[in-house]
Design a protein around this ligand. Sequence first.
Ligand SMILES: [Zn+2]
Length: 200
Amino acid sequence: MTAASLIENHRASATLVGLLEGNGRFVAGEPRFKRDITAAREAAPNQHPSAAVFTCIDSRVTAESVFDCDFGQLLVVRTAGHVPDRAAVGSLEFAAAELGISLVVVLGHERCGAIGAALSAVESDTHDPRSDYLVEQLWQPASQALSEIESEPDAASHAMRLQVRRTVADLDRRSSLEGVLVVGAVYDLDTGAVSLVEQN
Ligand SMILES: [Zn+2]
């Protein structure tokens, strides 16, 4: 590891610790940032995000609140089931190249509708034209989860974690994101807590 990459890695680790501390404030009901119009105006001239969160479109998962970040601190990319399609990956590449982020957190969540749709499709071996693209993208983790765990909701939780790991692995092997630390995490809808997912 070169000195430059060591420093970069240290910066990413410190950023991750900062996000997890923000989540601690969120869970404790003691957020530091109000994100009101005054904060928006103060942040308006420029932005200095240090991290990106790649998460699901779910309306209950609001990354800026979950990590207690202010305007201009966090770049958020969202697709249903955090499927790393071209636009999402291109956005993260842009964030790394142009905005200098050192960290990407892939954030899954419990009771994910996209994962649930994929599980139903695998179980019944049918496709719904309204969600065909997503089902296709999420078929592998859904079918693997069902082959390893039969009962719901455990299978859904397992499939979601598999999809977090797949997304992390996908981003990790891209040379365009070289030097960016990519970690997986899960958001608990009930407690508000974020926990890291080992890549194993
Ligand atoms: Zn979801």
